[in-house]
Ligand binder design. Structure first.
Ligand SMILES: Nc1ncnc2c1ncn2[C@@H]1O[C@H](COP(=O)(O)OP(=O)(O)OP(=O)(O)O)[C@@H](O)[C@H]1O
Ligand SMILES: O=C(O)C1=C[C@@H](O)[C@@H](O)[C@H](O)C1
Ligand SMILES: [Mg+2]
Length: 208
C-alpha cells in the first residue's frame, strides 16, 4: 500500500464509528469485487447482501425472482440489509436494486456511508456478460434493459453520500479510490452526520 493509501485507511478507521461503508450502483459496477478489496485494505469485515439473501433463503437469486417475484425479493432484501447494518463497522456490498427501494435506502442513510460506483454502459455490459446469474438481464435485449435501468436509477444513486467513477482500472486501484473518497468525506464533516444519526437512534428520532 502506498503511504497515502495507508494514511487514508487510518483516517477512515478513526472516524467511521459503527457505520458501514455501503457500496451501491448497477449490476457489474464492481460492488462485490471492489467491496471485498476495500474491506481488506481497511481490515474490516466484508459482507455481500446478495450472498446473505441466498444464504438465509437457501435459494439462488434467480430462483427467488422466479418463485416469489421481485416485490417479495425486495422485501427480503430490505430485511437482510437492515439487519446487516447493525454489525458495523464493515464494508457492505448491496445488490444493484437495494438503494432504489425507499425503505432500504433510508436504513442505509441511518447507519451507512453510501458510495455509488458509477460506470458507463459499455463497461457494465462487458462485466455482466461473464455470468448468467442476474434475472433482470435474462432478456433478449440485456443492453436495452441496462440502459433503461441506468435512466431510471441514476437519479437515485446520485443521492448517495459519495460518488466514485468506476473506470477500467484494476479492482485494487478502484478500492484505493473508494478509501480515498470516504476519507475525504469523513474529514469534511461526514463524521458529524454520523454522530447525528447515532443521536437520532438513541432519542428515537429518525434522521430521514
Ligand atoms: N475494476 C475492475 N477490474 C476488472 N474487473 C472487475 C472490476 N470490477 C469488477 N470487475 C469484475 O466484473 C464482474 C462484475 O463485478 P461485481 O460482481 O463486483 O459487480 P456488482 O456491482 O457486485 O454486481 P451485482 O449488482 O450484480 O451484484 C466480476 O467478474 C468482477 O470480478
Ligand atoms: O439490479 C438489481 O435489481 C439486482 C442486482 C443483483 O445484485 C441482485 O440483487 C438481483 O439480481 C437484482
Ligand atoms: Mg454484487
Amino acid at each position: 500500500m502506498t503511504p497515502e493509501a495507508k494514511a487514508n485507511c487510518e483516517t477512515v478507521r478513526g472516524l467511521i464509528g459503527q457505520r458501514s461503508i455501503v457500496l451501491v450502483g448497477l449490476m457489474g459496477a464492481g460492488k462485490s469485487a471492489v467491496g471485498r478489496k476495500v474491506a481488506a485494505m481497511l481490515d474490516l469485515p466484508f459482507v455481500d447482501a446478495d450472498t446473505e439473501i441466498e444464504r438465509v433463503s437457501a435459494m439462488t437469486i434467480p430462483d427467488l425472482f422466479e418463485q416469489y417475484g421481485e416485490p417479495e425479493f425486495r422485501a427480503l432484501e430490505r430485511r437482510v440489509v437492515t439487519r446487516l447494518l447493525k454489525s458495523g463497522p464493515q464494508v457492505l456490498a448491496t445488490g444493484g436494486g437495494a438503494f432504489i427501494n425507499e425503505s432500504t435506502r433510508q436504513a442505509i442513510g441511518r447507519r451507512g456511508i453510501s458510495v455509488w460506483l458509477s460506470a458507463d454502459l459499455d463497461l457494465l455490459m462487458e462485466r455482466v456478460s461473464r455470468r448468467q446469474n442476474r434475472p433482470l438481464l435474462r432478456d433478449p435485449d440485456p443492453r436495452g434493459v441496462m440502459q433503461r435501468l441506468m435512466e431510471e436509477r441514476y437519479p437515485v444513486y446520485a443521492t448517495a453520500d459519495i460518488d466514485v467513477q468506476s473506470r477500467d482500472i484494476t479492482k485494487e486501484e478502484m478500492a484505493a479510490n473508494v478509501v480515498a473518497a470516504v476519507a475525504e468525506w469523513l474529514e469534511a464533516g461526514g463524521h458529524a452526520r454520523g454522530k447525528a444519526a447515532e443521536t437520532a437512534k438513541t432519542t428515537g428520532k429518525a434522521e430521514q
